[in-house]
Design a protein around this ligand. Structure first.
Ligand code: HEM
Length: 441
């Protein structure tokens, strides 16, 4: 067994900063170069070092063994400042929280959420005018925030829903810089830091107020919050059997943070469809046949099969959650190397989803590659894997497919600036330069 120090070092390191510059300047090009060095590659980010996993089998192993590869390390510590819930807590607290959150996403509750999704995306598609220019990334971001706020708090007024969505947007923008900047800068009283802290405090107050009011009313309204409040964990003792109000507030904010990935995913899919006339035509045919002139609904989902493959393929090429991290909890072996406890691990669906040995012609947008049952599934990680696999994957895919259908039923989208969108990788990998003209079909 070889020690971690002999893991190949990625190229382009400079003294002191290590790989921070190429990683900040063009993270996707830098990540794509890593598999050439080996299955495991060492990175240096200033004083930190990290081992990137560039092999699908090792990635799966890291995701499944959450005892050895836990949520932790400096990146997660900073994410936890936003909300310490199911998505950010270490393993020792995770199992209980996950058991208490899971019922909110149970199959039986999905049709009720589905009617909110269908109504919201049909409303957006109906609000556009022929020839209108729309920034698709902004529009999809706003849509998913509205859908999550409404499925979370069915009793919230439109004003309250808007205020939650606005505060969340004000927080999620600067969060990337707060994660990468040294801690002492995050405390400075700059206008940006003050705006962030104000929005964060207001969001927590609003959510905590909703939690308290819901608890006092004591009725199951069929929304996500009712489920979190009612959940009981048979494996916990006494007061720990249910989530406290503070814990519920943290889960709600974690759900918003998690769901934020859905906006870029939908925007990528719409851009890719617009750039591929053959897929656009076939998708329109499918949607016309399935919806038969009416609005999309939850019941249509099983028949919107090309729309689902479009989403699967968009998520392969441009997984919004392009990078994840873990920390090694006890000395372990991985890929022939001995990793000491405390080693930071990075994993990236962006890297794995573009390996030519796994996906033929990997840069090509080809939704039909998913007709082949042998393709991908064991090396496809848009939603992570193991015990920390995305709790909202079904919620996200249903929203995205319904939105694709609602928009395709009425509109063709054409880029205003001509060229393809630019991928920008911050906390999420989102398309930029996505002003599109809506052309009535
Ligand atoms: C296309 C959209 C989405 C993508 C690509 C996505 C991706 C992911 C990924 C990769 C993880 C695992 C992170 C890791 O292991 O490091 C995750 C976890 C999570 N996601 Fe999502 N997600 C999406 C939508 C949603 C939605 C709609 C919700 C909630 C309504 C949500 C809530 C969560 C939560 C709470 C976790 C933490 C789960 C745990 O640790 O037990 N996500 N997501």
């Amino acid at each position: 067994m070889t020690t971690a120090a002999t893991i190949p070092l990625a190229g382009d390191a400079v003294p002191i900063l290590g790989h921070a510059l190429p990683l900040l300047r063009d993270p996707l090009a830098f990540l794509s170069s890593l598999p050439d060095h080996g299955d495991l590659v060492r990175l240096r980010l200033g004083p930190l070092s990290m081992v990137m996993v560039c092999d699908p089998v090792l990635t799966r192993h890291v995701l499944r063994d959450d005892r050895t590869f836990d949520m932790g390390g400096p990146i997660m510590d900073r994410a936890r400042e936003l909300a310490d819930g199911v998505g950010t807590c270490p393993r020792e607290r995770h199992r209980r929280q996950r058991r208490l959150c899971q019922p909110a996403f149970h199959r039986s509750r999905m049709p009720a959420y589905g009617s909110v999704m269908a109504a919201s995306c049909a409303e957006v598609a109906a609000s556009w005018r022929d020839g209108q220019e729309i920034d698709i990334t902004d529009e999809m971001g706003a849509l998913i925030l509205r859908i999550v706020a409404t499925t979370m708090f069915s009793s919230a007024s439109p004003d309250l829903t808007r205020s939650i969505a606005d505060d969340f947007k004000a927080i999620s923008g600067p969060v990337f810089w707060r994660i990468v900047m040294p801690p002492r800068f995050r405390g400075l009283p700059t206008p940006g830091n003050r705006r962030y802290r104000r929005a964060h405090a207001r969001l927590r107050r609003t959510v905590a107020g909703m939690v308290e009011a819901h608890r006092a009313a004591g009725t199951d309204r069929g929304d996500l919050l009712s489920s979190l409040l009612a959940a009981q964990d048979p494996d916990s003792e006494g007061e720990r059997r249910a989530l406290t109000d503070d814990e519920v507030t943290n889960q709600v904010i974690n759900f918003f943070t998690g769901a934020d990935a859905t906006g870029p995913a939908m925007a990528w899919a719409l851009c890719l469809v617009a750039a591929h006339p053959d897929i656009e035509r076939r998708l329109a045919d499918e949607v016309d046949e399935v919806l038969d002139g009416g609005p999309p609904s939850w019941e249509h989902l099983p028949r919107l099969q090309l729309a689902e493959r479009v989403m699967t393929e968009a998520l392969r090429l441009y997984t919004p959650t392009w990078f994840g991290s873990r920390v090694v909890t006890e000395d372990t072996d991985l890929g022939g190397f001995r990793l000491p406890a405390g080693t930071m691990i990075g994993w990236s669906p962006y890297v794995i989803h573009r390996l030519p040995q796994l996906y033929k012609d990997p840069e090509r947008f080809d939704p039909d590659r998913w007709l082949d049952a042998d393709v991908g599934h064991e090396a496809y990680f848009p939603f992570g894997g193991g015990a920390r696999k995305c709790i909202g994957s079904r919620f996200a895919l249903s929203t995205a497919v319904l939105t694709l259908a609602a928009i395709t039923a009425r509109w063709r989208l054409r880029p205003v600036d001509g060229g393809p969108p630019r991928p920008v990788a911050k906390v999420l990998l989102a398309p930029h330069g996505t002003r599109m003209r809506a052309v009535a079909r």
